[in-house]
Design a protein around this ligand. Structure first.
Ligand code: ADP
Ligand code: MG
Length: 289
């Protein structure tokens, strides 16, 4: 039978803005030794703004921004939204056809019978392996190729959530031994965020299946009774949420699929809510035992 106080714990968690889908997850939280965070939308706000436009030689800024916005107009990714917002012209449905989301890489679409690719270095290495790409430490570069040629890049920048740093350091004192970040973003950007937050490790340029593998590796390093929690916004990381001992989703920013796959949902999207629910979990256990 389930001890009554666990229901009390679930109630207390919900008053603290955290939905816990079962008392077993509250119990599991007290055994979490490794915390794995997604970056975009989880530790950072996932609200991008275009900060730089770098057209290639012979290409105008307007042309570059138009091609990027065209290609991104049907993507739900926050990077895509920032590029479409930045473009101040008009976008017509007929401008593109055959839009595709290339998960963890970017997007592609057809314009005027030619293909536009818009995305990260990993994507460009497949599409234009010879091209030397500009890099940046602050923002994420979105590279654009059109008709088999490199046309330039847009730099987009996101910001770390106000409470991420404190949440990470408070988690550490809550008997958590390892806090890592997994991201599909560029190495320099991921390492910058990890340094700023004082994380133990960071793995970058990961596709969704790479994130699954990393989580499996981290799980295999734990003792039997120890648990791994993954925190994500569900954009490309729903499988990892489902696979972790405790999957924690951002409720407001996250997708419906993420909220469904998760064991714990943070209504406010604040990493500090995890610290609150960890304390409630420990308090609840004390009453039970
Ligand atoms: P994270 O793992 O940080 O949550 P995602 O898996 O959502 O990031 O995306 C990984 C990377 O793929 C992004 O940093 C970006 O470089 C690229 N990317 C994904 N979707 C798009 C898009 N619609 N437009 C441009 N780049 C994209
Ligand atoms: Mg994400």
């Amino acid at each position: 039978s389930i001890p009554l106080s666990f229901f009390g714990g679930i109630g207390a968690a919900s008053r603290a803005g955290v939905l816990v889908k079962g008392s077993n997850y509250l119990e599991a939280l007290t055994h979490v030794k490794t915390f794995v965070f997604d970056k975009t939308g989880t530790l950072t706000k996932g609200k991008f703004a275009v900060t730089k436009v770098l057209p290639n030689e012979g290409v105008s800024e307007t042309e570059l921004v138009f091609l990027a916005a065209c290609c991104e107009q049907f993507s739900p990714h926050p990077i895509a939204r920032s590029i479409v917002d930045y473009y101040d012209g008009e976008l017509k449905k007929g401008d593109v056809s055959d839009s595709r989301e290339l998960v963890g890489l970017g997007v592609s679409a057809n314009h005027d019978g030619k293909t536009i690719y818009c995305g990260n270095a990993k994507l460009m290495r497949k599409v234009l392996p010879e091209t030397k790409l500009p890099e940046s430490e602050i923002g994420t570069q979105v590279y654009v190729a059109y008709d088999g040629k490199y046309v330039g890049s847009l730099e987009v920048a996101d910001v770390i959530k106000e409470d991420s740093k404190e949440a990470v350091s408070d988690l550490r004192t809550a008997s958590v031994q390892k806090i890592v970040m997994l991201t599909g973003d560029a190495r320099k950007v991921g390492e910058g965020v990890a340094r700023e937050l004082g994380l133990d490790d960071v793995k970058t340029e990961l596709l969704p299946q790479d994130k699954l593998e990393e989580v499996e590796k981290l799980k295999s390093k734990l003792d039997d009774q120890d648990k791994l929690a993954f925190v994500g916004d569900g954009l490309n990381d729903t499988p990892v949420l489902a696979q972790s001992d405790v999957g924690i989703a951002m409720g407001a920013l996250g997708s419906d699929a993420a909220v469904e796959a998760a064991d714990v949902v943070l209504m406010s999207d604040e990493p500090s809510a995890i610290v609150r629910v960890m304390k409630i979990a420990v308090g609840t256990r004390k009453i039970v035992w």
